[in-house]
Each structure stands twice: as structure tokens, then as C-alpha cells.
Design a protein around this ligand. Structure first.
Ligand code: CU
Ligand code: ZN
Length: 229
């Protein structure tokens, strides 16, 4: 028969308690550090989504010769004209015109220069000038040309100065920056209607990435709900 002494019977439970306490303590101290590390990575500053509009310029026979992209961000709008295959090297006037209609062959359907402020024609950086005045760009021998201008005279977002629904016209001649109200830039070589959104699917990606879906959903619901009048 085995006889357990009172001393041993008391010591065994104490040892188990001590083991349990030792085993549990370290993980309990690590946990708060992990939470803190995760919280530091959480804040992602939401940048305001830039508003974009684009136009594809085509000649009277339907040949695509380039694009215009308008990007509004932080109160300024950058107009970026990217010509790729203009069959007339040299200096060409380029403007935003007031009507978003490009009817060949002369594109007079696009109307005059976009001029919401009712001021005289000029070329950047001179002010005042038509909101649609972008001066001239140089077409190289290979048919390419590029011009970027950032201005607060136009917007992409809704408003009196929005270029959405207007037209970009590339002229056959040079804008002299003084003749009123056209700059005497000659025939209208190419025309493109400015539409909201990016070129070639870029816009869809932007909207999905940003929080445009939330905005669209809310606006749609509000508009539908308020349609009482
Ligand atoms: Cu023009
Ligand atoms: Zn003008």
C-alpha cells in the first residue's frame, strides 16, 4: 500500500497552479502589441477622386488623330492634348468650342470658342481669354504633338465652366492670339466631343477604385426620391 504524506498532497496542487500561471502569462502580454500594430496600418487617407473627361479627335473623313483629356483636381483642371497622326506638320490652333457637335466636313456645328465669361479671345497665359482658348501646339513631321495646360478657367465637374458636352477643335492654321473672336486659326481640321470619364476603360477602373459607387448610389436615390415636381 502506498501512503501519501500530508506534505506531498499539499505541494502537488501548488505546483500545478504555478505551471498554469507561467504558461498563460506570456501570450496575454503579446496580444496588445499585435493589435496596436494593426491599428497603425489601418488609417488610409482617402484622396479626393480626380474628375476626368476625354475627347477623341477625328478628321472629316473619320480618321482618329489624337485625344484630349481633362483632369480636375484641387480646383485646377489640366487639359492634355495628345495628337498622334495629324497629316499636317506645323503650328495649329487648338480650342474648346461651345457645342458638343462634330458634324463633318467643316465642323462649324461646334460653334464658336467656349466663352462663358463673355471676354475677348487670347492665348494662354494671357487673361482675360476665352475659357476654351489653349493657343497652339506643334505637330512634328511624324504627325505627333503634345500640349498640357493647367487652368482654373474650366472645370470637368458640373458648372458654367464645365467642358463636358463641348468640343475640342484642332485647326489647320496658327492661332494669332489677337484676331477676334477666333484667332484666325483657319479651317477646322479635327473635332472631338468631350465626354465625362476616362479614355479606353481607364475611367471605369478609377470609379471602381474610388468611392464613386457610394456617391452614385446615394445621388441616384436622392434624385429619384425628390422627383416630386
Ligand atoms: Cu477653335
Ligand atoms: Zn478664343
Amino acid at each position: 500500500m502506498t501512503r501519501v504524506s500530508p506534505l506531498h498532497a499539499a505541494a502537488l496542487p501548488l505546483a500545478l497552479v504555478a505551471l498554469a500561471a507561467f504558461a498563460c502569462t506570456p501570450p496575454a502580454e503579446e496580444a496588445p502589441e499585435e493589435v496596436a500594430a494593426i491599428e497603425e496600418e489601418m488609417p488610409i487617407e482617402p484622396e479626393p477622386a480626380p474628375s476626368t473627361a476625354t475627347a477623341t479627335l477625328t478628321t472629316a473623313d473619320g480618321t482618329e488623330v489624337g485625344t484630349a483629356t481633362f483632369t480636375q483636381e484641387n480646383g485646377q483642371t489640366t487639359a492634355s492634348f495628345h495628337l498622334t497622326s495629324v497629316a499636317a506638320p506645323g503650328t495649329h490652333g487648338i480650342h474648346v468650342h461651345e457645342n458638343g457637335e462634330c458634324t463633318p466636313p467643316d465642323f462649324t456645328s461646334a460653334g464658336g470658342h467656349f466663352n462663358p465669361a463673355g471676354v475677348d479671345h487670347a492665348c494662354p497665359p494671357t487673361t482675360p481669354r476665352h475659357a476654351g482658348d489653349f493657343g497652339n501646339l506643334e505637330i512634328a513631321e511624324d504627325g505627333s504633338g503634345h500640349l498640357d495646360i493647367t487652368t482654373d478657367l474650366i472645370t470637368v465637374e458640373d458648372g458654367p465652366n464645365s467642358v463636358v458636352g463641348k468640343a475640342v477643335i484642332l485647326h489647320g492654321g496658327q492661332d494669332d492670339c489677337t484676331t477676334q473672336p477666333t484667332g484666325d486659326a483657319g479651317a477646322r481640321l479635327a473635332c472631338g466631343v468631350i465626354e465625362s470619364g476616362g479614355a479606353d476603360g481607364m475611367n471605369g477602373m478609377d470609379h471602381d477604385d474610388m468611392e464613386g459607387m457610394d456617391d452614385d448610389g446615394m445621388e441616384g436615390m436622392d434624385d429619384d426620391g425628390m422627383d416630386d415636381e
